[in-house]
Design a protein around this ligand. Sequence first.
Ligand code: GAP
Length: 548
Amino acid sequence: MQNQNDQSRMDRIVSLAKRRGFIFQSSEIYGGLNGFWDYGPLGVALKRNLKDAWWHDMVAGHDELATLTGAPSPYEMTGLDCTIIMHPQVWKCSGHFDLFHDWMIDCRESKRRYRYDHLHGRWAAHRGKKVFVTTDASGDEAAPETVARAQKFFGLRAKQVDEIEWGGGLESLQQAIAAGSATLADTLGPDATAPGSLTAPREFNLMFETRIGALAGDDDDRAFLRPETAQGIFVNFKNVLDTSRVRVPFGIAQVGKSFRNEITPRNFTFRSREFEQMEIEFFCKPADSAAWYRYWRDRRWKWYLDLGLTAGRLQLREHAADELSHYSVGTADIEYAFPFLAAGEFGELEGIAHRGDFDLRSHMEGKLVRKDGELVVETGPDGKPRHKGSGKDLSYFDDITRERFVPHVIEPSAGADRATLAFLCDAYHEDEVPDEDGKPRSRTVLKLHPRLAPIKAAILPLVKKDGMQEVAIDLYRALKPHMACQYDEKGSVGRRYARQDEAGTPWCLTVDGQSLADRTVTLRDRDSLVQQRVAIDEVVDLLRDKLS
Ligand code: GAP
């Protein structure tokens, strides 16, 4: 079902994000660069708060002595910060070099390029003429788009649209071709005027390539920008084991940039070409891995809820067996109903994957493939490994049980940009509040969790006289060492509240005439709009308590 309201809500969110300095298009003054985004003053704070919350909750604040709810045992957490460009062999053994591709398809007529799996179509016929009409529009826009395209193709007027005979509903072009129910020769490309202009689908590796060194030239100098942060963790597994006192089970976390040359970046920052990931590789005993998988799936799900994402817009989806990667024993996605999606559709925020021993073994032995249900080293025509591993021993010796094994890995892999976008969308509200004269005024407010809010408190002198500024500045200076806060004396107090509401600031502290008499201020709550008087000397403790 078409979700017009949500699409127009998304447009207003994008407009607020630009207007208030959350997110800008990269290189905007030169016309922008598709798939690349910059975070403005408020956006950088929001995204940093999100990453800090993740790092604190998963790593720095983790209690390694406690058995957390649902965890099979206590565990340790540590971190890494690896390079974006790594040895090219890393990507050969991980499988990205051979397998990290999407299928793309070009249109000879329009010169446009599409992701094969993004094209949908259906048969349309009119007076003996038949064509498989396709579109790259997604969700609810797709079906009306094929009607408009068929109308144009058959040269019909609007009132003749009903004369078109449809051969069923929309289906994936990829599946229709595979099933033989459509051919490329009969297919009208999404921007073409005649059928048969789409090329055969081709593989397109999503890794960005670069060259290392001044004399770079031949294939041996080719390097890649990492498409995930995870591999830096696997190749440092032994370094971490040898240099810290961690014992299995333990996790290594990393936050950092990843790059994917997406064929069709879309939906604001949702699918970007440069983005940040927050990944954990959790190493455990093979026998305990199923229990740890369940623990991490539930733990990560709860994290989003605790930070305020609306439960009704979140979904935890276990992958069906045929959806699993060749190495995966189990995967669940945490998904969010983004407003740009059709009703009932969800977009992935994070994947939690049980990866078995695939990654550590790949970096020991060489690129693995599944053969007869077993993971074996892939060999070339000469019988040698297609991509040779490091040969280093990445097994683990448990000196208590005297067992040696290759740990299994559970990987909660989240996107910082997607999560930022989800929190932004979820926080966006439009409501009515009384203005200074008690009249209802419409407002736009970001109901962000205080931990995520870019500014925690605003300090506002009611007027710029009678010593109110001085009291407000003193309060600002008392609060600033403890949290991000802002002093604002410009405009009416109503306008200042409105500015802070749009920025998602949870608390406003107003210094007025009474403050000078009894050293109290008004504390206004963004969401409930309740205003209470609090002692100036208690403000710091009060807000710190609320934040924790
Ligand atoms: N190491 C596993 C891995 O990278 P993934 O599902 O490909 O798994 C993990 O990526 C997360 O990274 C996704 O759930 C998403 O949040 C984020 N992500 C992936 N591709 C992205 C893109 N093009 N733009 C923004 N975020 C992306």
